[in-house]
Write a protein that binds this ligand. Structure first.
Ligand SMILES: Cc1cc2nc3c(=O)[nH]c(=O)nc-3n(C[C@H](O)[C@H](O)[C@H](O)COP(=O)(O)OP(=O)(O)OC[C@H]3O[C@@H](n4cnc5c(N)ncnc54)[C@H](O)[C@@H]3O)c2cc1C
Length: 417
């Protein structure tokens, strides 16, 4: 009788569950085991999206979808043709969980409760007879000459298996990737992604609560620029424009030790020349009106007053009384307002690290390691991360699904490979 083949999935998070379920459903003769180091399963799914779980994003064209991944976008294009947000919706629907789309494209369970997603994944794993062991951290992975993998759990305990899926998530430090040391994989040093900018003692923070949409934010001395809504907070600046920028520029900002300057274009539709013409027109049209009480660009009132305070000697002046130097300063603050950023704050809703297993060493058709056959990767362990909006989970579902399925193919064809 043929020996029952064993598959071990390292990590009981979103990617690990999805991979284990895909694998066990595709071949019920395999013994599929999830090893989870902690005493909690699907912990991040539970707390995600403020307890509602932003499962995916209603973005159905893979070419558009990949633009939300500062790292991994190019590599995910193929995988998203195999398992897309549409497949995620169908996967959950076929297991009784309906997702809804919010105005900004984010998708949540109709229950608005992450427990729905946790229970769905737990039930699917149970139905597919996936074994789960908690409090079982894997410290080492070693491929033996007989093609079996030996996983070290402790000095006393080792487990053997025919194939492994590493889905142990991201880590803020290189230490979190220690279990991969024996695999020869390169780890791109982790740095935080998705954070807000601190501007301690800057007078702009007195405008906390004000949001402006859209603004353009550029990091001085870099190519990073982004347009979108901006929120002024009591510690600095936040909102989608800042978060997206923090994500795309994450490695560069870590290199700068989170000390850098940004330029804000409060009115992105204007160039320097068109703004000069507009202000000259206003000087004539509103000649006898006070600059402080007229708000020609319909900016939030307190912001307009703040921008005048830093550019005009007396805000009680009338438009006709503005001198050329004041006009020059006003143009400058409206379209190139400079702020110094000193430090960052983790975004409360969704935080991720960039860095992880180098994507060059993984075949994205199968999610298999290019260094060791039978070793697969899924989820945030890879050097993949996305902006906020459900994209991080989508990458976990997609890579988990493909890893699980292709592992089955690998084992079924092992003797002929
Ligand atoms: C507060 C918060 C909210 C978020 N909200 C959203 C959201 O709404 N939408 C979205 O798309 N993304 C969200 N994210 C990001 C998303 O949670 C992650 O991208 C996703 O969970 C990654 O899944 P994963 O399975 O790869 O890793 P994880 O979910 O981190 O799971 C990895 C698992 O592996 C275990 N593990 C680690 N090392 C070992 C080891 N050596 N041996 C055994 N087990 C190990 C860990 O304990 C963990 O359980 C959020 C993140 C946070 C922190």
């Amino acid at each position: 009788m043929e020996r029952v083949k064993t598959v071990i999935v390292i990590g009981g998070g979103a990617a690990g569950f999805f991979a284990a379920i895909a694998c066990a459903e595709a071949n019920p003769n395999l013994k599929v085991i999830i090893l989870e180091k902690s005493s909690k399963l699907l912990a991040k799914v539970r707390v995600s999206g403020g307890g509602r779980c932003n499962v995916t994003h209603a973005c159905f064209d893979p070419s558009d979808l990949v633009r939300n991944y500062p790292r991994g976008g190019r590599e995910l294009l193929g995988p998203f043709h195999v398992f897309s947000p549409e497949n995620t919706i169908e996967w959950f629907a076929s297991r009784g969980v309906k997702l809804k789309i919010e105005a900004d494209g984010r998708m949540f369970p109709t229950t608005d409760d992450s427990t729905t997603i946790v229970n769905c994944l737990m039930n699917a794993a149970q139905n597919a007879l996936v074994n789960i062991r908690m409090n079982s951290p894997v410290h080492s992975i070693h491929k033996r000459e007989d093609n079996l993998f030996e996983l070290g759990l402790s000095d006393e305990e080792k487990m053997l298996c025919d194939a492994v899926i590493v889905a142990s998530g991201g880590s803020p430090s290189l230490k979190g990737f220690d279990c991969l040391k024996g695999t020869g994989h390169t780890i791109i040093e982790p740095v935080p992604s998705l954070f807000t900018f601190n501007m301690p003692h800057n007078p702009i923070t007195q405008l906390m609560g004000i949001s402006v949409d859209p603004v353009q934010v550029k990091i001085i001395g870099t190519k990073f620029i982004n347009e979108g809504p901006l929120l002024i907070t009591h510690w600095g600046m936040s909102g989608p424009a800042i978060l997206k920028l923090s994500s795309f520029a994450a490695p560069k900002l870590a290199e700068l030790n989170y000390n850098f300057s940004i330029l804000i274009k409060w009115l992105p539709q204007f160039t320097e020349d068109s703004m000069r013409s507009k202000l000259n027109e206003l000087r004539k049209e509103l000649a006898k009106k006070k600059v402080s009480t007229s708000n020609p660009f319909l900016l939030p009132k307190r912001l307009w007053e703040h921008l005048l305070n830093v550019s005009v000697t007396d805000v009680e002046k009338e438009w006709a009384q503005l001198n050329n130097e004041e006009l020059r300063k006003l143009i400058s603050v409206l379209i190139a307002d400079e702020y110094n950023v000193q430090g960052k704050t983790t975004f409360k809703e969704e935080f991720v690290t960039c860095g992880g297993v180098s994507l060059k060493e993984v075949d994205f058709k199968t999610m298999q390691s290019k260094k060791a056959q039978g070793l697969f990767f899924a989820g945030e362990i890879l050097d993949i991360d996305a902006v906020t909006g459900g994209f991080n989970f989508q990458s976990a579902w997609t890579t988990g699904f493909i890893a699980g399925k292709s592992l089955v193919y690998y084992l079924e064809h092992l003797s002929t490979l």
